[in-house]
Design a protein around this ligand. Structure first.
Ligand code: GLA
Length: 722
């Protein structure tokens, strides 16, 4: 249903936005009116991603203090939420829930009193099943009692999970129907207490679809599985939520999980994107981090008043995606002021221009619009074009509104400087054309425009034609091409950075803008090594001396999670038929960046590396996973996939890992070393199925990002087979 609506939207964007937003409001108001909470998405903190089961009263109270002291309370954050593990292992003799006496010595009520004394609210966690996800007593069969307990303690927010639901007690009912019954029970029980309590459903498993039935009973529902602190996980979470815009509105919100900003797994640029995307989707802004450890720039993200205002806009309409071609997203969110919050999000690795227009985002046809950049605070005017040169993983976010010409005359024109490379990757010693382009989107001219380009050391840069122009008219563009030549030698794969600069005079002031672009330069892989790419997005390979690099997507060499999608998808640098029946392959993985679950980098041996998906039985891999664990996986069944695996328990590695795969006939033993090859530990010994080839096999290094939409680069050194 959502896809159908979305397609209609792409055709008549403006009209569609209005129609959808209107239906969302009707769908959701029932709940808002019903309990008077969550008129706008909740804002606050939750302990889970910073302490997991280590939560205690002190941590909760200190966080409440911190929220006041660091300005977050003033910025609108008011919920202090306790997640799983706050309870004692069992209920008391009367069946009441009790807090863990060591970690919450004064009980939950004392914490609530303290949190309330600071002008904040307290949230708690429970579960619709017999036990919580961490194994503490669940509310099943105790709904009214537990709701009354929470109300008596002064709880303001209940997150309600879905672990250990006794589906067997409901013969003939689907999982979703059972959840509807149990979540409705708790919703009614909370309402019956008479205390306004926000009700947050946490049941995002496939088929649960809480957005399709949650609005009458809950104030928010999780749309996706738990989010990790990585760009790939954030992207998957965003993509899993953004098309559900029509199901949310005041009183009832899509919850794509807590914010990971500050947990150390992403860059500031990526955290800025995360915050902007959540605000554009009208998602709850719940900080899932240790607030006391936030850096100043991280705190500034959480406290950006412009972006918070978009999230909290009283109209309560989630942003609508109007395009997403090639990973370049345009979203528009209708605001109560009549303007639109426009988000340009570049989910790709490479900087790119993202463009839309005032009418496409749903604004009335007019002559001039103001654009407020919500991250730089610059205000400019445009004749209708809305564009920005957005770095890979980055966003540009504006509020756009029609303005009169008099006001427009006081504003500088919106200008965009962008860089485009004829090819985004280049072999060492080769040349390509880089174009620097300056656009005046405004309704007034710019004067004395000058463009220039700086390159990394070793590059040769030559402009083709002049780089200055006395006047550039409104709505016009000025482009300068540069012939650029890469250095003759370099590492296997590396980014070179180009920086363009424009200086110009708008109105009476002097302005400058800059844009940077990375160009991936590779040293080609040479015989006897070859490359194989069985992903759906072109991989890039490099070799230089003993070093190898692979930049690729790909879900992995096996997909364990779902039989239906067991499709190998990875990229490899390998030697054909080099692993004999009595051989050892070795390599050191020097970098394996975080990606999706089944991603990783390491050694691979299989009958034929070039045979596409699922057609090369008898394979063994030994690799460092995206989660920094050492995994050995193999084909044991004689089927067409590498389908069993062993993970070295309780070990996460950081830094280089040496791997060795020893083959004796159809028996393979994996070893790893984290001290440069002094001490080798064995991982596993496996015998592959009878169908395994007993002849020589292809052997090499492989990489898969683990995500279909996200490229990561792994590096290796010292690959050898003997
Ligand atoms: C589930 C939820 C998480 C967290 C944990 C607690 O995984 O999705 O947000 O509440 O349970 O056990």
């Amino acid at each position: 249903m959502h896809m159908r609506r979305l397609r209609a939207c792409l055709i008549v964007a403006g009209l569609c936005v209005a129609a959808l937003a209107a239906s969302a409001v009707t769908a959701a108001t029932a709940s808002a009116e019903g309990d008077g909470v969550a008129a706008t998405p909740p804002m606050g903190w939750n302990d889970w991603y910073s302490v997991y089961c280590g939560v205690n009263a002190q941590r909760v109270e200190q966080t409440a203090q911190e929220m006041v002291a660091n300005g977050m309370k003033a910025a609108g954050y008011d919920y202090v939420n306790i997640d799983d593990c706050w309870m004692a292992a069992s209920r008391d003799a009367s069946g009441n829930l009790v807090a863990d006496p060591t970690r919450f010595p004064g009980g939950i009520q004392a914490v609530a009193v303290y949190v309330h004394s600071l002008g904040l609210k307290l949230g708690i966690y429970e579960d619709a099943g017999t036990v919580t996800c961490a194994g503490y007593p669940g509310s099943f069969g105790h709904e009214a009692q537990d709701a009354a307990t929470f109300a008596s303690w002064g709880v303001d927010y209940v997150k309600y999970d879905r672990c250990a639901i006794p589906y067997g007690d409901f013969p003939g009912a689907s999982a979703q129907q059972v959840q509807q019954t149990l979540y409705t029970r708790m919703s009614n029980a909370l309402r019956a207490t008479g205390r306004p309590i926000m009700f947050s459903m946490c049941n995002p498993d496939p088929g649960d679809d809480p957005w399709s039935w949650g609005a009458p009973i809950a104030n928010l529902w999780r749309t996706t599985q738990d989010m990790q602190d990585s760009f790939g996980s954030m992207l998957a979470t965003f993509e899993g939520t953004v098309n559900l815009f029509a199901d949310a509105g005041p009183g009832a919100w899509n919850d794509p999980d807590m914010l990971q900003i500050g947990n150390g797994g992403s860059s500031l640029l990526e955290y800025t994107s995360e915050f902007s995307l959540w605000a554009e989707m009208a998602a709850p802004l719940i900080a899932g981090t240790n607030l006391a450890a936030l850096t100043r720039p991280e705190l500034a993200i959480y406290e950006n008043p412009n972006v918070i205002a978009v999230d909290q806009d009283p109209l309560g309409r989630p942003g609508v995606p109007i395009s997403s071609a090639n990973g370049l997203w345009v979203l528009t969110k209708q605001l109560s002021t009549g303007g639109r919050a426009v988000l340009l999000f570049n989910s790709t690795d490479t900087a790119a221009t993202i463009a839309t227009t005032a009418t496409a985002v749903g604004l009335p046809r007019g002559r001039v619009y103001s654009m407020h950049d919500l991250w730089t605070n610059a205000v400019s005017q445009t004749g209708g074009a809305i564009s920005a040169f957005v770095p890979g993983h980055g966003v540009a976010m504006f509020t756009v509104a029609a303005v009169g010409t008099r006001r427009a005359r006081t504003l500088a024109p919106q200008t965009v400087l962008s860089l485009h490379a004829a090819s985004s990757e280049l072999r060492v010693g080769r040349s390509t054309t880089l174009s620097a382009s300056f656009a005046d989107n405004g309704v007034t001219a710019v004067k004395k425009l000058r463009l220039s380009l700086a390159a990394s050391p070793g590059w040769h840069v030559k402009p083709v034609g002049g780089a200055t122009i006395p006047v550039l008219g409104p709505g016009k563009r000025f482009t300068v091409d540069y012939r650029v030549t890469a250095p003759r030698t370099g590492p296997p794969l590396a980014f070179s950075i180009f920086a363009a600069r424009a200086s110009y005079h708008p109105l009476d002031g002097r302005h400058a803008s800059s844009a940077t672009l990375g160009e991936l330069v590779y040293s080609p892989v040479r015989a006897p090594l070859s490359t194989a790419d069985v992903t759906t997005y072109p991989a890039l390979f490099g070799a230089s001396g003993p070093d190898l690099a692979i930049s690729s997507r790909g879900m992995g060499v096996f997909i364990l999670s779902s039989a239906a999608s067991r499709t190998d998808s990875y990229a490899a640098i390998y030697e054909h038929a080099r692993a004999g029946v009595d051989s050892t392959a070795e390599v050191t993985v020097t970098a394996d960046p975080a990606g999706g679950k089944a991603g990783g980098a390491g050694l691979i041996e299989r009958d034929d590396m070039t045979t596409a998906h699922n057609q090369s039985p008898a394979g063994v891999t030994l690799f460092v996973s995206s989660y920094a664990m050492i995994v050995m996986a193999w084909n044991a069944s004689g089927g067409t996939n590498v389908d069993q695996q062993y993970t070295v328990p309780s070990l996460t590695v950081n830094g280089p890992v040496a791997l060795a795969l020893v083959r004796r006939g159809s028996t393979y033993t994996g070893f790893y070393s984290t001290d440069g090859g002094q001490i080798w530990n064995s991982v596993a010994t496996v015998t592959v199925a009878a169908s395994a080839s007993l002849g020589p096999q292809d052997v090499g290094v492989f990489h898969a990002s683990g995500l279909p939409t996200w490229t990561t680069m792994a590096t290796f050194t010292g690959f050898s087979v003997h």
